[in-house]
Design a protein around this ligand. Structure first.
Ligand code: BG6
Length: 489
């Protein structure tokens, strides 16, 4: 409103995430007139920089991608004028007191709401929270803190981090981001399921044979090996991004769309799952591969990665939900770096039609005749349903064809970046897409014993060539549960 203002401070302003995602998302929100009338943006980091230098840095990352409206450069100019910089240590109360002074000046006596985005490594996390909350929190409005993973690396360290955070903040001030929840097609998952009669009644073990959550990137850890080696693909992608999608997919119908109602259901379904065992996973690591004149590096060629690292850059896993809805249905995950393609999707494979008149048309390969619903989260967003169809003509031949909702063809407006949705929600106090601490505990409980065992027993990953489809072990894992990966053609 007229009488309040929001200050958004990006702590770690010169980092990669800030430059690539946070500032551009804030600009996109400004461009779309989604930010409050009175707002200021602060970059906070250790290096010395003037406001002008910050503006130059930020301006390099901004694009007018939304549509090429005439006034884009004008809007950019206005936006940049609201950006400021403060140089300080992350553990210095004094430096945060100085920030507080600058913020107060700009807030001009209005109700001052303050949002901190912590885009800094976990070892300085708590110090920054402590300083920001004690020296630069709002006196008369709200103070909220957005935090990014890693939220620890197992149950114990995550719980310790939560305990420390809660010394300085209440749970409702903490916004734990999982940016996959801000992706358009992940948000749409509940709409698809709960508002369509052709799907809602089918969403159970009675009709669904298995569900697959697939993530692949066609590049390695280039430049991020130092971070990655301490975490590995299971912590980097599965325990958070894929598990969050699974929880949304499999939860019971929430009482309402309120954040607490949704998060209650997510926790319940996570707590109904069995912790993973070693036999439920296959881990892999990419090795170098030469194609034509180009040699792609092995994971361990990264200078920041120890030569003898066993850290998985690929994993496949089979998970089970022990409740009435999902008893016996395999939920499979597959995530990997340096694979042949970049893609994230959800695949729902349905059961056979009992006594199908047309079974003989498929010969012995009945698997080919099951319906499959594919939700392609990225790139080239789409939802399509594989159905059996008669090939037109005088004969009676069937094939599988797609009913296809292709976003680019159906909707002309570009899809907002996940960070736009999440930043806007944090400003508006909408917690639906943020992770509550009990959800986080439940997520770690599923993976912690497995992660410990992998590390203590020094389990060797299966090596796969850079740019391939990953280790063959993933197929054996799936076959053990009578599943065929849906992304194999
Ligand atoms: C991050 C992981 O959380 O997600 C990265 O740490 C990964 O390793 C990234 O590359 C993928 O996000 P997106 O939005 O590019 O698919």
């Amino acid at each position: 409103g007229e009488n309040s203002t929001v200050s958004i401070t990006v702590v770690g302003a010169s980092g990669d995430l800030a430059k690539k995602k946070i500032f551009p998302a804030l600009f996109a929100l400004y461009y779309e007139d989604c930010l409050p009338k009175h707002f200021t943006i602060f970059g906070y980091a250790r290096s010395k920089m003037t406001d002008a230098e910050l503006r130059t840095m930020v301006s390099k990352t901004l694009t007018c991608r939304i549509d090429k409206r005439e006034n884009c450069s004008e809007k950019m100019e206005q936006f940049l004028n609201r950006c400021f910089y403060h140089s300080g240590q992350y553990d210095s109360k004094e430096n945060f007191v100085e920030l507080d002074k600058k913020l107060k000046e700009l807030e001009g006596g209005r109700v001052a709401n303050r949002l901190y985005y912590l885009s800094i490594p976990p070892n300085i996390f708590i110090d920054a929270v402590k300083c920001a909350s004690s020296s630069a929190s709002s006196a008369n409005g709200w103070t909220r803190v957005i935090v990014e993973k890693p939220f620890g690396r197992d149950s114990e360290s995550s719980a310790a981090l939560t305990r420390s955070l809660k010394r300085y903040l209440d749970e409702d001030q903490i916004f734990r981001i999982d940016h996959y929840l801000g992706k358009e097609l992940v948000e749409n998952l509940s709409v698809l399921r709960f508002s369509n009669l052709i799907f809602e009644p089918l969403w159970s073990r009675q009709y669904i044979r298995n569900v697959q959550f697939l993530f692949s990137e066609d590049f390695g850890t280039e430049g991020r090996g130092g971070y990655f080696d301490n975490y590995g693909i299971i912590r980097d992608i599965m325990q958070n991004h894929l598990l969050q999608i699974l929880a949304l997919f499999a939860m019971e119908t929430p009482v309402s769309l309120d954040a607490e109602d949704i998060r209650n259901e997510k926790v319940k379904v996570l707590r109904s799952m069995r912790p993973l065992l070693l036999e439920d996973v296959v881990v892999g690591q990419y090795k170098s591969h030469t194609k034509g004149d180009v040699t792609y590096p092995a994971y361990t060629d990264d200078k920041t990665v120890p030569k003898d690292s066993l850290t998985p850059t690929f994993a496949a896993a089979a998970l089970f939900i022990d409740n009435a809805r999902w008893d016996g249905v395999p939920f499979l995950m597959k995530a990997g770096k340096a694979l042949h393609t970049k893609r994230a999707e959800i695949r729902v494979q349905f059961r056979h039609v009992p006594g199908n008149l047309y079974n003989r048309n498929f010969g012995t390969d009945l698997d080919q005749a099951t319906n499959e619903l594919v939700i392609r989260v990225q790139p080239d967003e789409a939802i399509y349903l594989k159905i059996n169809n008669k090939v037109p003509g005088l004969g009676m031949r069937l094939d599988r064809s797609n009913l296809n909702l292709h976003y680019a063809a159906r909707y002309s407006k570009e899809i907002p970046d996940a960070y736009e949705r999440l930043l806007l929600d944090a400003i508006e106090g909408e917690r639906r897409l943020f992770i509550r601490s009990d959800e986080l505990d439940a997520a770690w409980a599923l993976f912690t014993p497995l992660l410990k065992e992998l590390e203590e027993r020094r389990i060797n990953p299966e090596y796969y060539p850079y740019g391939s489809r990953g280790p063959v072990g993933a197929h054996y894992l799936a076959a053990k549960h009578n599943v065929r990966w849906g992304d194999m053609g």
